[in-house]
Design a protein around this ligand. Sequence first.
Ligand code: C5P
Length: 234
Amino acid sequence: MTSQAAPRIIVALDFPDSVPAEGLLEHLDPNRCRVKIGKELFTRAGPALVRRAVAAGFGVFLDLKFHDIPNTVAGACDAAADLGVWMVNVHAQGGPAMLEAAQARLAQRRERPLLIAVTVLTSLSAADLAAIGCPGEPAARVLGLAGLAKAAGLDGVVCSPREAAALRARFGPAFRLVTPGVRPVGAAAADQKRIMTPADAIAAGADYLVVGRPITEAPDPAAALAAIAREIAD
Ligand code: C5P
């Protein structure tokens, strides 16, 4: 478990393999950020890279978005916990039994990672949701799925910074909100469409900010990280 004093910036290691990822880790201070390892990097570099990042002192968010039958997801979360990660996630759309199974399995451990849920992928529009048989506004579905996560005892959700204020108001101060789509003033939005600045995302209620390219593609990643940390400290 973590405290608010611990780093709130999670650097997304969106690299194709371990070489550039480990190169960046050498330039980052584990006391100043956490890191996120997602599907592409994990599929290439595997548990060995996760273990090395943990051994180097980084809090690792293993972003594999598990979504399967309850027993399988519970086992996958347990395996993630064995790697020593700080946070792991599942899809809330896996349903209450899957969420409860994952939570119950992790609760058996003496030390467990934070377990958070993905609600509606921000890449899905209302039309996309209708196409998969879920008509309605994405924002309403986000609140509904976050409610399922909360009821199952999960620690929080990944959400757009635009959703943070409504989620914070509905689910209270202890529910962790992890927000990607964050861009410091002047940084390129790239493919992100609904961005917020780090300070605005924190003001809206985010606990942790996932930031990728503004740090990973900066000429001096440590300086870019420090600038964002200063902005949210202010
Ligand atoms: O480079 P950038 O800051 O856009 O990276 C954001 C990270 O957050 C990426 O790893 C991306 O996959 C992830 N993410 C996101 N939007 C979501 C969920 C995850 O950008 N809704």
